[in-house]
Design a protein around this ligand. Structure first.
Ligand code: FDA
Length: 504
């Protein structure tokens, strides 16, 4: 056939994908990464690679005619969004019927758009969620490996206490404390020393220039600067961008044959390629990897895939909410876009919540305290393949988020009561709404470890086919997920290289 053969293909360039590619490269395995988004290293007309949040342009969004920011409104006015030309921009919002999922597109996946919060889950909850994984080994070996390779670092507490840029966080900490709640500093992959220099005015600003969900021009150690740079450094790994994997089939000799569409950044189809490989690693994220496997199962190109594919999906209990502060309690016109504190009430049996104290870097005083609450919602969704649209559809209803809203409400009701404050109802669209329960940043599940795969991400029913990303985690991890995704990928790929790749 006219296909190109490479020993290993990795689909995607997010956390799971980047870990797999680095370790394959180190093992000497020629590896091709296929990423549907762009490599973000070329400055645009304004001299910046990314467009920023306050004046987003087409670079901000994945093929939209208007940006779709999470905080769509202020006083119910749609102030944040802009009309744009459809383009291979960096942030996608995948809109299902009753849930929208934000994901990163580009070399680095979610690491390009996320807040960089690098949280190791508490061990007891990790053990509850993934009981079949050896937690002792995870916490002794793979979490430390993930944290150091991601270059996770901690904020200088002295600086935190006195800088204007974290006044919003100190205000929220005080109010949490008034309700008897404690906060914790949250590690990050944003270089905190760089941020201090931003504050000193000696380097170009990024976190302190309201940059985050549409990319950071400086300061953030995204995967292209950590795992992927190291992977390319092995000399064994190559990355093809604007290449979207569409179909996967297995050939008679056991190798996999992929059809891949190459487009330009305006979405024009340039070529359809066939690429074959012996070992295939899916790191396209919860939505992407699940969709590829569902399509393969239901169109018959990988007919032996199990009925577990598509199951166990959850939004990590994500609920966004905001409070209105009193006039005498401003949150500041200066706000770093990178969160530094979380309210930790996970031990509360009735309503476990870990709430990131989020900035609202509007450049003007808003008196708003914003939060992304991570709750423990037992509800799960399911992806099904929609043949007519040739895409995975998510079966998840708004009502399934009621337990998550209830938990968040329990926590913030306590904070409001202790501070005689109220919720903001104007930030999440045109209707009166205090809790954003219709979008998430933390999609997890779809190819759950030990169900759709074995205990190391080997896809059930096929040899040499692996899932490496957030789809392995069954819907919830209790904290921001990328450190767990990274550490789990480290654990799995080590085993797979030793047992499957090195011996073949
Ligand atoms: P990830 O989604 O990172 O990567 C998948 C990649 O595959 C993407 O680059 C995609 O373009 C590509 N792809 C998909 N389908 C493909 C196909 N068919 N062919 C080729 N390529 C394909 N987490 C955290 O721990 N701390 C935080 O602070 C935040 N904050 C945050 C903010 C925002 C705005 C978002 C959207 C997300 C976060 N997250 C976060 C979540 C975190 O970014 C997320 O959990 C991880 O990026 C998921 O990693 P994965 O490896 O699963 O895939």
């Amino acid at each position: 056939s006219g296909s190109t053969f490479v020993p290993a293909v990795v689909v995607g360039t997010g956390y799971g994908a980047a870990v797999s590619a680095l370790r394959l490269g180190e093992a000497g395995v020629p590896t091709l990464m296929l990423e549907m988004g762009q490599l973000w290293n070329q400055p645009g007309p304004d001299g910046n690679v990314f467009s920023g949040m306050l004046k987003p342009d087409k670079r901000s969004s994945w093929f939209k005619t208007r940006t779709e920011a999470p905080l769509g409104s202020f006083l119910w006015l749609d102030l944040a969004n802009r009309d744009i030309d459809p383009y291979a921009g960096v942030l996608d919002r995948v809109n299902f019927d009753q849930m929208s999922v934000y994901v990163g597109r580009g070399v680095g996946g979610g690491s390009l758009v996320n807040g960089g919060m690098a949280v190791t889950p508490r061990r007891s909850y990790f053990e509850e969620v993934l009981p079949q994984v050896d937690a002792a080994e995870m916490y002794a070996k793979y979490f430390p490996r993930a944290n150091s390779t991601l270059r996770v670092n901690n904020i200088d507490k002295g600086w935190f206490e006195q800088t204007d840029w974290y006044k919003f966080a100190r205000v929220s900490r005080e109010q949490a404390s008034n309700a008897g709640l404690s906060t914790t500093f949250v590690p990050n992959v944003y270089d905190w020393d760089y941020m201090r220099r931003e504050a000193d005015g000696t380097v170009p600003k990024s976190a302190l220039a309201a940059e985050v969900i549409y990319g950071n021009n400086h300061g953030k150690v995204s995967l292209d600067k950590s795992y992927l740079a190291a992977a390319l450094g092995t000399g064994k790994v190559t990355i093809e961008t604007l290449h979207q994997v569409k179909t996967i089939r297995q050939q008679k000799d056991g190798t996999y044959l992929l059809t891949v569409e190459q487009k330009n950044a305006d979405g024009k189809l340039l070529a359809t390629k066939e690429i074959s490989c012996r070992h295939l690693f899916l790191g396209a994220g919860s939505l992407g990897s699940t969709e590829l496997l569902l399509r393969a199962r239901d169109t018959g190109t990988l007919p032996n895939l199990s009925s577990e594919i598509g199951g166990g999906w959850g939004p990590n209990g994500n609920i966004m909410t905001a409070r209105a502060n009193h006039m005498w309690n401003p949150t500041g016109t200066k706000q770093s876009s990178i969160p530094a504190l979380g309210i930790d009430d996970w031990d509360n049996k009735d309503a476990p919540v870990f709430a990131e104290i989020a900035p609202m870097p509007a450049g003007v005083e808003t008196w708003v305290s914003l939060y992304l609450a991570i709750t423990k919602n037992p509800e799960r969704g399911t992806f099904v393949y929609d043949a007519a649209k040739d895409r995975a559809d998510l079966r998840w209803t708004r009502e399934q988020n009621a337990p998550a809203v209830a938990a968040a409400k329990s926590l913030f009701d306590r904070i409001n009561k202790a501070n005689t404050t109220i919720y903001r109802y104007d930030l999440f669209g045109k209707q009166l709404k205090a809790f954003a329960d219709d979008f998430c940043y933390h999609p997890l599940g779809g190819c759950v470890l030990g169900k759709a795969t074995d205990n190391y991400g080997r896809v059930a029913g096929y040899k040499n086919l692996y899932v490496t990303d957030g789809s392995l985690i069954p819907g919830s991890i209790g904290v921001n997920p990328f450190v767990t995704i990274t550490a789990l990928a480290e654990r799995n790929v080590e085993r797979v290289i030793k047992e499957d790749v090195a011996k073949s």
